[in-house]
Design a protein around this ligand. Structure first.
Ligand SMILES: Cc1cc2nc3c(=O)[nH]c(=O)nc-3n(C[C@H](O)[C@H](O)[C@H](O)COP(=O)(O)OP(=O)(O)OC[C@H]3O[C@@H](n4cnc5c(N)ncnc54)[C@H](O)[C@@H]3O)c2cc1C
Length: 268
């Protein structure tokens, strides 16, 4: 069956009833690809594209609230550099009109660009079901390779982001568009001058480099401390060799990207 609920409550009611037998469908840019490859075959679809509430963006007290199915095209216009740049690096214009941030989070690809930018921003996700609502730091949402904390009846309804972090983003890939990253990096400096470093495509999920972050929080941001933090990043990541690049290359280029981004943030 193909359901087209017009509000969140109806969609949640359907998901509670169908659980694993029903898949939410947003942009379809992951789900349909999986179906084409024979890796997913949902019995029922719950189409979320007729629920305007899931596309809303609000700002409250310095926090940006993105509804779950805000698209990359929408996020590309936000004044949050790492998220806007990550969004504009996804696919091409067509994919960015369709693809949504909740789809990126729920898919939990190690290469998720939006997911990685949100990790650097200390984002929190709101997960809602007919049982109620819970709010989770994004760090606790990714449990392993394509595994998340989403229960079978839950929807990603909101994402909360601070607006006062200084951030940046870089992606290394084989071409400029329609490009899954070899490595992508998001960095942020909080108002308390704490540093966040998140990377894509170097582990089973998008990850933060906590040791490097702690080192910089303790020792400050200088050319020398950044050099040492880069060594820590290279030790913390666990990339694999695949058709895109060797593990050694990913370790090397991750360090270069983190160093360049941090140095440019310090200069701003
Ligand atoms: C040509 C191409 C290029 C791409 N390039 C990139 C790229 O550069 N970087 C990148 O990161 N990704 C890329 N992608 C992957 C994809 O665009 C993203 O992961 C996108 O964010 C998925 O969102 P969607 O709305 O299309 O999700 P869908 O495909 O509709 O759904 C994906 C999963 O999320 C679930 N879901 C959707 N909404 C919700 C919700 N509100 N709550 C709970 N679960 C939900 C679905 O049930 C499904 O399991 C690309 C894809 C294609 C086809």
């Amino acid at each position: 069956m193909f359901y087209q609920p017009k509000d969140i409550q109806k969609a949640l009611g359907l998901k509670a009833e169908l659980k694993e037998r029903g898949a939410f469908l947003a942009g379809g840019t992951d789900l349909v690809v999986l179906m084409n490859h024979g890796k997913a075959a949902p019995e029922n679809f719950i189409d979320l594209t007729h629920i305007p509430e899931l596309r809303a963006i609000h700002k409250h007290n310095g926090t940006l609230e993105l509804a779950g199915n805000v698209t990359y095209a929408q996020m590309g216009k936000l004044p949050i550099r790492c998220l806007a740049r990550a969004s504009l690096s996804v696919g091409g214009p067509g994919i960015r009109e369709l693809g949504t941030i909740a789809g990126n989070l729920a898919t939990a690809s190690p290469a998720g660009d939006g997911s990685t930018a949100l990790l650097a921003l200390d984002a929190e996700v709101e997960l809602t079901s007919v049982r109620g609502t819970r709010r989770l730091p994004l760090e606790e949402f990714f449990l392993g390779y394509r595994k998340t904390a989403l229960a079978p009846d839950e929807m990603i309804t909101k994402i909360f982001i601070p607006t006062n972090y200084q951030t940046d983003w870089a992606k290394n890939g084989k071409r400029g568009a329609m490009n899954i990253s070899i490595v992508a990096v998001a960095v942020a400096i909080t108002p308390k001058k704490e540093v966040r470093i998140a990377l894509a495509s170097v582990a089973a999920t998008p990850i933060r480099c906590y040791q490097a972050e702690k080192f910089l929080a303790k020792n400050g941001l200088t050319t020398e401390t950044i050099r040492q933090a880069v060594q820590s990043v290279r030790g913390e990541i666990k990339p694999i060799t695949d058709h895109r690049a060797s593990a050694d290359y990913k370790v090397h280029v991750s360090g270069v990207m983190v160093r360049r981004l941090l140095e440019s943030l310090v200069k701003q």
